[in-house]
Structure formats: C-alpha cells, structure tokens
Design a protein around this ligand. Structure first.
Ligand SMILES: *Cc1c(COP(=O)(O)O)cnc(C)c1O
Length: 400
C-alpha cells in the first residue's frame, strides 16, 4: 500500500509539473482525456500478434474490431488507400519502410541531423546509419530546400530512396516537384510527416500521399494522440510487404491499448474542431516568430508554415538559456542552427513549438505576452517571471 501511495504521489507531482509549465517543446502535446482513458484500459493485458482476423493468439475479437476501426479512421483522415497502425513509434515506422523498400547497403539520400533531419534518417549512431549507405543533402544558405541541388545529387549518387520530412523545417515542401525529379531518376520517395501530420489532415499543408511511395508519421505530435507511429500508402505494390515488415519484420505483438487510443485520436482529428485547432496553432506560431524577429533574432526563415521555428541565440548558447527558461517555468529544446557548426554539445539555437500551448487554448494576446517574456529572459539572467508564468498556467488548465 505504501508503494501505491508513493506511486500516486509521484503521478500527482508529474501532473502538477505539466500543469505549471509552459510547454514549447515542438514534439509534445496533450492528448485528450478520452485517449488517456483508452490507453490505460485492460487491453494492456491482451497479446495481439498478427492482423485483424489472423492472430497468433485467441481471444482477439474485440481488438480486431478496434484495429479495423483505427485503420479505416486513419485512411479517412489522410485520404490513403492503406494504413498500418501498429508501429510502436515513428522510428519503428521508418524501419519497417526501410525493410519494405531496401536491402542492406542500399543508398539513402536524406537531410542531415544538424539541418533538421531525424536520427532514423541515417544518423551514424542510429541503426539506419549502420545498415545503409547514407548520402546527405543540406539546406541552401537561406535554409530552404534546394531542389536543383537535390536533383543533381539524385543524378550523381543514384540513391534507392530519398527521405523528405523533418524535425525542424519552417517552409513549404514542393512534393509535386519532388515526385517529378525522383521518378525521373527511379528513386523511391518516403515522406516522414511526423511533425506536420496534424496540419496535413487539417488541410493546411498539402498531403504528400499521392506523391510518395510511402508516408510515415508519429501520432503524438501535432496529431495530438497516443504515442506511436503509422504507415500510409496509396501504392498497392507495397501494402502486403509493409504489413509483413511491421510484423513479423520489426515488431512482435501490438501495444493493443495504444492502438485503441490511436483510434480515438484519429476520430478526434477527423473533426471540424481539430481544423480550428490547427489554424490557431498556425496563428500562434506566426505571432511568436514575429516577436522574435522584431526583437532582432534570426530564424531559419522569415516565416513559418507550421507549429514550430528555430531561433538563433546570437552570442548565447542553448544549454544556459534552456536552464534559464526552465527556472521560469518555460520548456523549450536545444537545437542546431543549419550551417552554423560552432558547438555541437552546446548548440546556438532553440526550437520552439506552439501545438501544446494551443491545446491549452492560449491565443494571440497571451502568446504575444509570452513571446516578449521569453526574449526578456534570454536577454537578462536575473529576471524572474515565475509568478507571471504560474498565473498564465492557472488560467489555462490542461484538463478542465
Ligand atoms: C519525432 C520524429 C520521428 C520519431 O518518432 P519517435 O516516435 O520518437 O520514434 C521520426 N521522424 C521525424 C521527422 C520526427 O520528427
């Protein structure tokens, strides 16, 4: 019993901590109470290896119903003909795609980690970097994709696969043109929409499903669902192969409770309210970036088309700024600034994302206030905004 009380106590401390912080970590969000309840259901006990109506253990009937619902709901959400909702995470989804499309030592063309790529896109300490030959493209000097340069690399390196979709990129991606240049070179295209999937299903960013061989995403970032991954495709040559790459290729049993929770999140995202939510994220994100630019900070670009942006800290470093902000109740993450390799342990930029605080219903006025508070903290060590941040947090509860 003692242990149980201790557990409840720690849970309470974690919940209060979440409530009393302004969370600007671009990968995080608050999923709904419904999705929390479904994720902590008794399905946590059920082993569900296999696919609906074709399982390795008996007693999966109700789960079959939910997994089917989840598949159909995600297909509706992303206008895709195929969906696999089983990947435990975004990285697992990417690995299943690699297994579907590639053989050992095949060549992948991807954006490097420091410019906004992801670990699973071939970082040398990640398994993807160990088993494939990786060639990186980078951004141009204004931090945009350079399509001519990508086309040149496609011709020169003849990669089997190119990965499009990033952990920090503020600008539009021309998937039509990418499809055109990749098809010409016989290169496969994986779109990893982990960060922007909420905007895509809201229709605010164009959907790459028709222009990609395969699309992967997380379900917990702008999509605001349970933690996990999904794989989507419109090319029926891959459907069977993707399924067998996820199971038994990369994973054993599903995390049954989370798949049911994903279903709830897809349903929530398939709703007009979610489009309004995405629109407000975009408004908030543009407002905050504008304040930073007005106060003399440099970002990747002069605008953002999604929930996030990267800010160069001028002559300061992110380790200290991260701590200073946290002391005042604000969470951000350290980030590289492309083409700026000054210090790799203590990079010179931060990444800011607005999807979590928009879930708490912070709007224009509070976001502008908050933006100036953050700039003041960055510029002055001794300033103390703890009470003000507490006040804002109390006014905007995560769960009502
Ligand atoms: C977050 C992210 C992932 C990985 O997601 P996990 O669920 O942490 O495995 C993959 N690709 C991109 C581009 C991401 O931003």
């Amino acid at each position: 019993m003692n242990n149980f009380y201790n557990f409840l106590n720690l849970l309470k401390i974690e919940s209060i901590k979440q409530q009393q912080k302004i969370n600007l970590i671009a990968s995080e969000n608050y999923s709904s109470l419904a999705s929390i309840i479904y994720s902590s259901s008794s399905f946590i006990n059920k082993y569900t290896e296999g696919y609906p109506f074709n399982r390795y253990y008996s007693g999966c009937k109700i789960f079959d119903y939910f997994e089917n619902k989840s598949i159909i709901e995600s297909q509706l959400l992303f206008s895709s003909l195929f969906s696999n909702v089983q990947p435990h995470s975004g990285v697992q989804a990417n690995f299943s795609v690699f297994q579907t499309l590639l053989k050992k030592n095949d060549k992948i063309l991807s954006l490097d980690l420091k410019s906004g790529g992801h670990l699973s896109h071939g970082f040398k300490k990640n398994f993807s970097g160990e088993i494939f030959e990786i060639v990186n493209y980078c951004l141009d000097k204004n931090n945009f994709l350079n399509y001519n340069y990508i086309e040149l690399l496609l011709k020169k390196e003849k990669p089997k696969l190119i990965i499009i979709g990033y952990s920090c990129y503020q600008s539009n991606i021309d998937w039509n043109y990418l499809k055109y240049i990749t098809k010409k070179q016989n290169c496969l295209l994986l779109s990893d929409i982990s960060h922007i999937s909420g905007f895509i299903c809201s229709g605010l960013i164009c959907n790459p499903i028709k222009n990609s061989d395969i699309v992967t995403s997380t379900t917990h970032k702008t999509l605001r669902g349970a933690k996990g991954g999904i794989i989507l495709s419109n090319n029926n040559n891959y459907f069977k192969k993707i399924n067998s790459s996820v199971f038994p290729g990369q994973q054993g049993g599903c995390i049954s409770n989370l798949i049911i929770s994903k279903y709830i999140s897809f349903k929530e995202a398939n709703n007009f309210n979610f489009i309004n939510y995405s629109k407000q994220i975009l408004i908030n994100s543009k407002i905050m970036l504008k304040v930073f630019l007005y106060r003399g900070y440099k970002s990747l670009n002069l605008d953002t088309i999604n929930h996030m942006f990267v800010i160069h800290l001028k002559n300061k470093f992110s380790l200290k700024i991260e701590k200073q902000l946290e002391k005042n109740g604000i969470l951000i993450n350290k980030n590289f600034f492309p083409n700026d390799n000054k210090n790799s342990i203590n990079p010179s930029a931060i990444r800011i994302g607005l999807s979590a605080i928009t879930t708490r219903k912070l709007k224009n006025f509070e976001v502008e206030l908050l933006s100036n508070i953050i700039c003041n903290i960055i510029e002055n060590n001794d300033i103390n905004y703890k009470d003000k941040i507490n006040f804002i947090c109390n006014k905007f509860p995560i769960y009502k």
